[in-house]
Write a protein that binds this ligand. Structure first.
Ligand SMILES: Cc1cc2nc3c(=O)[nH]c(=O)nc-3n(C[C@H](O)[C@H](O)[C@H](O)COP(=O)(O)O)c2cc1C
Length: 143
């Protein structure tokens, strides 16, 4: 599970997103699908850059808050974060990726964002996954 984030003139923005995928190896690119109604989408378009925060097993609460329509202030007050390479990066994630927005492609009620990867950082930690309507561990014994 990820939180796609940005940092624009109005501050940090972020939304929980599962529609996140690698796109190209050379050049290294990612793709993200965001709802046309996502406030984070508007912020990413303004900023021209986005972050992909890969949430850890202990970050279920963040996954829930960022999936809500709470104000961005409330969302970002609920986590530790920093502005890094002009995106909002959530502390304690097993990985984050920073991308320069390349294309915004229509896709029904969502859009497909493609991005050129500027940075990938990873640290040890189990990722949080979403399956069967629940946030859970990859290994069911760890739930
Ligand atoms: C498990 C899960 C996965 C989600 N995946 C996506 C996604 O891939 N793209 C998307 O636009 N919204 C996704 N959402 C919904 C957004 O997180 C939700 O609409 C959020 O309120 C958007 O916030 P924003 O308007 O501040 O950007 C997902 C929600 C959940 C619970």
């Amino acid at each position: 599970m990820t939180v796609v984030s940005s940092f624009s003139a109005s501050g940090p923005a972020g939304a929980t997103a599962s529609a996140v995928c690698s796109l190209s190896l050379d050049p290294m690119m990612m793709l993200v699908c965001l709802d046309l109604g996502s406030r984070t989408l508007a912020a990413v378009k303004l900023a021209g850059r986005f972050g992909i925060n890969v949430l850890g097993l202990d970050q279920r609460e963040a996954a829930e808050v960022f999936a809500s329509k709470a104000g961005q202030d409330e969302k970002w007050q609920s986590v530790r974060w920093r502005r890094h390479l002009d995106v909002a990066v959530i502390e304690g994630c097993p990985a984050h990726i920073v991308c320069d927005l390349q294309e915004v492609i229509g896709g029904g009620d969502h859009v497909i964002l493609t991005g050129n990867v500027l940075e990938v950082e990873a640290q040890p930690g189990e990722p949080l996954v979403y399956h069967g309507g629940l946030f859970r561990a990859l290994d069911p014994d760890e739930q």
